[in-house]
Design a protein. Structure first.
Length: 221
């Protein structure tokens, strides 16, 4: 399960960066200030999330892929089973901060255990606030969270996508959940869920459309 999660997060990040690398420059632009470790740690504290940067999995120095500049961080929490270190440390956040044509973009993936198979925005408030803090520029730190509260999903949906447009940026959130079973001390079967929330923030909807168009073009080519 641990390796499967690593592949999932890595695939998402690589897909994003490949789509960015395929985009052609629209002209000269000013460089974007990419996320620094100190700012990430401060945002964790402000949002009330417990976790530390995994140095072995992160790339805090600026990386270049095609015309895209980016940094990548993985934040992990304490082990849920300290007596079984092979289970690994739980993922708190997977973060990519990018400079695309001189415009900022943020891509985050969050994970929570023992959640319902359905999304409740209230369960993810800290994560959404954290993403807004990392991107910066919003009038209120919970502006993105408050905007998503108005978005509803059909009953029974387990793979969800929603979007909001704010003056400071265009935000997309997608949610999915996976179930697992175990037995309690009395031998009764217990089902637990792991939820994954992905939050992307772009300067504008037009920027998002440009990325999608170039990704399709790269795939077709």
């Amino acid at each position: 399960m641990k390796h499967w999660k690593h592949l999932l997060f890595s695939a998402c990040v690589l897909c994003l960066l490949c789509s960015l690398a395929g985009c052609k420059d629209a002209g000269s632009s000013q460089p974007v200030s990419l996320l620094e470790a100190e700012a990430l740690t401060e945002a964790l504290e402000t949002a009330g999330l417990a976790g530390t940067i995994s140095e072995s999995e992160s790339q805090p120095s600026m990386q270049t892929r095609g015309q895209t500049k980016y940094v990548h961080y993985v934040v992990r929490g304490e082990s849920e089973q300290p007596d079984n270190p092979e289970k690994g440390l739980p993922l708190i956040a997977d973060i990519t901060s990018a400079d695309y044509k001189g415009k900022p973009m943020l891509y985050t993936t969050f994970s929570q255990h023992k959640t319902s198979e359905f999304l409740a925005w209230e369960d993810w408030k800290q994560q959404i606030v954290f993403a807004a803090l990392l991107y910066g520029g919003f009038e209120n730190e919970d502006a993105v969270y408050q905007a998503f509260l108005d978005k509803e999903f059909p009953d029974g949906s387990t793979v969800l996508v929603q979007e909001v447009q704010l003056p400071e940026g265009y935000c997309r959130a997608s949610f999915s959940s996976h179930s697992s079973k175990h037995y309690d001390e009395n031998g009764f079967e217990v089902k637990e869920y792991t939820g994954f929330l992905r939050v992307q923030i772009f300067e504008s909807y037009e920027m998002y459309q440009d990325l999608q168009a170039n990704q399709k073009s790269s795939t077709a080519g």
